[in-house]
Design a protein around this ligand. Structure first.
Ligand code: XIL
Length: 329
């Protein structure tokens, strides 16, 4: 079996999102053989690293970063500021009540955020090459997502997050990460946001494009259009959370995934990698959101059902999509 990193490493890094389950045994072997980069799936989220104020826990992330370092792999840090997987205490005022939008609460929230970023990015300075500084800040209608972060601090939470990350590790590449960026409304909102940030001198280096897609959409043309538009901003681009669901809606449930679906999936993956190779001057990494079909978030999201979104099957064997990607190079 050829390896993804040998096939694509000269064009861009190939990565996988991992947790503890992928750090030992056959999964670790597959990870080390196939991939040049890892992203902790959950171990660097706020709930994991600072569940209580100033009580940092790095053991889970250390295990991943140590494996990467020992094997010459890059690490993407995911993620510093998000509206999910963030402890409730972050948004409580000094009296223990949910923060309301006042100047005092904004200052306290941003102080907590900066202290968190200094600690987490500082812990991995020189060992994590890229950070998703803010995650999922765009709304589907093209406005900014009305998260607690945005409601309490407006765009300042984004600007100050990037500045704090730059200070904590000046060499790290700093990204804004979001999903469905092939949709024109979301794509154009991201373009405007990054233009604004760059015009104000906010230290942003990269757009992370989550790429949770399915066998029917988006089209190669839509994916290309986003890559070309973002290239005009002069930022790096990374494909950060790639998986191709065999479902095209939020309700169907298959008891077994038929070969015809795996063939359509192979065609979609081949089309995507065709676009990535064509635009390899714009892309520095492509990271799958998982290693193999035995462990994917899509088995529980958007509903509990068996999906098969990755290049390796539940027994870790290469699927038709693997051969299509490697062979289509
Ligand atoms: C998901 C993880 O894969 C799950 O294990 C966890 O329960 C929820 O988060 N967009 C993101 C990722 O940016 O952090 C999410 O990861 C998937 C969607």
């Amino acid at each position: 079996v050829p390896s993804l990193k040998e096939a694509f490493g000269e064009s861009f890094e190939i990565g996988a999102a991992v947790g503890q389950q992928q750090l030992a045994g056959m999964e670790a072997d597959l990870l080390k053989r196939q991939f040049g980069s890892v992203t902790p799936t959950n171990a660097l989220k706020w709930t994991a690293t600072e569940p209580q104020p100033q009580a940092y826990r790095f053991a889970a992330a250390d295990a991943i970063v140590d494996l990467a370092t020992a094997n010459g792999m890059q690490v993407r840090g995911h993620t510093l500021v998000w509206h999910n997987q963030t402890p409730d205490w972050v948004f409580l005022d000094p009296a223990g009540r949910p923060m309301t939008p006042t100047a005092e609460n904004k200052a306290l929230l941003l102080q907590r955020m900066e202290s968190h970023i200094a600690a987490v990015v500082g812990q991995y300075r020189g060992r994590i090459q890229t950070w998703d500084v803010v995650n999922e800040v765009i709304a589907d209608d093209g406005t900014m997502r009305a998260s607690r972060w945005y409601q309490l601090a407006g765009l300042d939470f984004i600007k100050r997050a990037f500045r704090a990350a730059r200070t904590a590790d000046p060499a790290a590449k700093l990204c804004v990460n979001d999903f469905n960026l092939s949709q024109p409304t979301r794509r154009d909102a991201m373009y405007r946001l990054v233009s604004t940030l760059k015009a104000e001198g906010v230290p942003i280096d990269c757009i992370g494009n989550q790429t949770h897609v399915n066998i029917a959409s988006p089209t190669a043309a839509q994916v290309s259009a986003a890559l070309e538009k973002f290239a005009r901003l002069g930022v790096d681009q990374q494909v950060t959370e790639l998986d191709v669901s065999v479902y095209t809606d939020n309700t169907s449930v298959y008891t077994t995934v038929q070969p015809a679906l795996l063939a359509r999936q192979a065609a979609q993956y081949q089309a995507l990698f065709g676009v990535y190779l064509k635009h390899r001057d714009k892309i520095s990494s492509v990271t799958f959101w998982g290693l193999a079909d035995n462990d994917s978030w899509l088995h529980t999201y958007p509903i509990p059902r068996t999906d098969a979104p990755l290049l390796f099957d539940t027994g870790l064997a290469p699927k038709p999509a693997f051969w299509a990607v490697v062979g289509g190079r």
